[in-house]
Ligand binder design. Structure first.
Ligand SMILES: [Zn+2]
Ligand SMILES: [Zn+2]
Length: 177
């Protein structure tokens, strides 16, 4: 394997001849496997905290649960789901505060402005980056979850789950709009 000649390598092209020790550097340190994937930038309300999500969201939709309502102050929460490695803070991570009422959800916000950022779900190995946090991401909702708790019925024709999909430990049961 000649990693220096792979596309996406930092050593590709002109820099190779000036780096005589390049062959000693493990390939993993000089390649960028996510280079071709699209990234979307987001930030908190004041802008002190910035983050980037990369690649494809694993799911997106609306959560109608009481916890989202209580914490967000809004009637529903628009979510996008990512593997933890797809979400990176790029600025102001020292201002990110975390609260977890349960082991299921670690809610993160900017301690300077109070603006909400995301919720980590370690038991699912997923991170919910709120759609409002990443306005440039083309939010395409596919499902409503915890719809049995709704205070804002949304007749948009999308599936309405009573709680969660079975893959996430829910019943997967659909309820009427
Ligand atoms: Zn902020
Ligand atoms: Zn919720």
């Amino acid at each position: 394997m000649v990693c220096a000649e792979q596309p996406g390598s930092a050593l590709a092209g002109a820099s190779l001849k000036s780096h005589v020790q390049a062959r000693a550097i493990p390939c993993i340190m000089v390649t960028f496997p996510v280079m071709s994937e699209t990234s979307y930038a987001g930030q908190c309300f004041c802008g002190a905290v910035e983050l980037v999500v990369t690649g494809e969201a694993l799911g997106a939709g609306y959560c109608h649960c009481e916890s989202c309502r209580s914490w967000s102050g809004g009637p529903v929460n628009a979510f996008t789901l990512w593997k933890p490695g797809a979400v990176k803070f790029t600025k102001g991570e020292e201002h990110v505060a975390t609260y977890n009422k349960t082991e299921k959800s670690y809610r993160k916000w900017c301690s300077l402005c109070g603006g909400h950022l995301l919720t980590a779900h370690p038991q699912w190995d997923l991170v919910d980056v709120f759609a409002a946090t990443i306005p440039s991401f083309p939010f395409t909702p596919g499902v409503h979850v915890n719809y049995e708790m709704t205070v804002l019925p949304m007749k948009d024709g999308l599936p309405k789950l009573k709680d969660f999909p079975t893959e996430l430990g829910g019943t997967g049961e659909a309820v009427p709009e």
